[in-house]
Design a protein around this ligand. Sequence first.
Ligand code: HEC
Ligand code: HEC
Ligand code: HEC
Ligand code: HEC
Ligand code: HEC
Length: 214
Amino acid sequence: MQIFPRSANAIARASIVGGAALVGFLGFLLYMLQQSPYVTQQGVALEQPVPFSHQHHVSGLGIDCRYCHTSVETSNFAGIPPVATCMNCHKEIWTNAKMLEPIREAYRSGVAIQWERLHRTPDFVQFNHSIHVAKGIGCVSCHGRVDQMQLTYQAEPMSMGWCLQCHRSPEKFVRPRDKVYDMAWKADDQQALGAQLVKEYRIQSKTNCSVCHY
Ligand code: HEC
Ligand code: HEC
Ligand code: HEC
Ligand code: HEC
Ligand code: HEC
């Protein structure tokens, strides 16, 4: 005598297959979540004490990155400008704008303004701006079209895999040093130019763990 009806087989099989699919699907969801901009903060603009627009100041007014990020060529840090830099102009322009009151207040009181920080590598990672600039890696390769951002956001994932895809093949990204700050520049033939610049600038492919980790 049969205890289970014949159909039970089919049900069992279906639920095993279904269960496996469900586990797979949940795993997939977790993976997507981990890679998602929500977790990496990619593409998310933060609310700032003053809605500073790179688009307006860089594309509109033609101010060079180095006018504000003064230490990008010489140190690990690019640096965030003090309000005195803003006041070079805003002492004269838009002096009554309410939007700029936090800048004027910080200037009067000497208490620095607290910008929300977007990019932050973990403590166990070492990063250095100056070597990247010196070896012909453009700001746009790592920060995207900052010159088109009304509010600043993180354009790239900044994950280890992301760092490595360039460290493995720098020829895909390197540009002439005088184009490092040029956001719109593109090579006519990156493959040929890249190979040539890798030689000229003596760029090495650095993938040892100790390059980035203490
Ligand atoms: C007039 C001054 C000024 C100029 C010019 C300027 N920036 Fe900025 N930048 C700022 C200020 C102020 C902040 C902080 C507020 C914010 O994140 O928008 C900032 C933030 C940033 C950040 C995000 C920093 C972080 O992690 O929080 C990046 C990246 C950046 N700038 C890149 C650039 C690049 C690339 C250029 C040139 C194309 C440039 N900036 C030109 C003033 C300037
Ligand atoms: C080289 C001159 C110059 C510097 C330096 C400068 N600004 Fe401006 N800023 C301007 C001008 C000009 C405008 C007006 C733009 C327009 O409306 O055409 C402006 C407009 C603004 C506005 C109004 C909104 C907008 O983007 O139009 C804000 C906010 C602002 N600036 C913040 C800042 C902050 C914060 C700094 C310092 C990190 C700064 N600015 C540095 C020239 C400057
Ligand atoms: C190879 C990738 C890369 C390049 C090229 C690069 N940056 Fe960055 N930038 C980063 C990383 C990573 C951080 C976060 C650094 C940290 O956590 O200390 C950062 C942070 C910043 C910050 C925040 C303040 C600071 O120093 O931490 C500013 C401003 C900035 N970059 C501007 C620039 C400008 C301007 C250029 C072009 C000269 C540039 N960056 C080129 C990867 C890059
Ligand atoms: C778009 C290309 C690119 C990206 C993205 C990039 N790098 Fe680099 N990095 C380079 C190049 C090119 C060099 C110079 C290699 C050499 O010395 O010849 C370099 C050098 C370095 C050095 C200095 C190595 C030394 O010997 O002093 C460190 C540290 C470093 N990168 C860390 C990072 C980290 C961390 C990230 C990710 C957050 C990153 N880089 C992303 C291109 C890149
Ligand atoms: C070009 C720079 C670079 C190199 C080379 C590199 N890492 Fe990383 N690593 C990073 C960055 C950046 C992070 C942080 C990623 C993040 O915050 O999402 C990281 C994170 C990690 C983590 C933390 C877990 C994780 O994935 O976030 C471990 C573990 C690690 N790296 C091990 C290694 C080992 C082992 C090697 C050598 C095989 C290595 N790394 C080489 C840049 C690098």
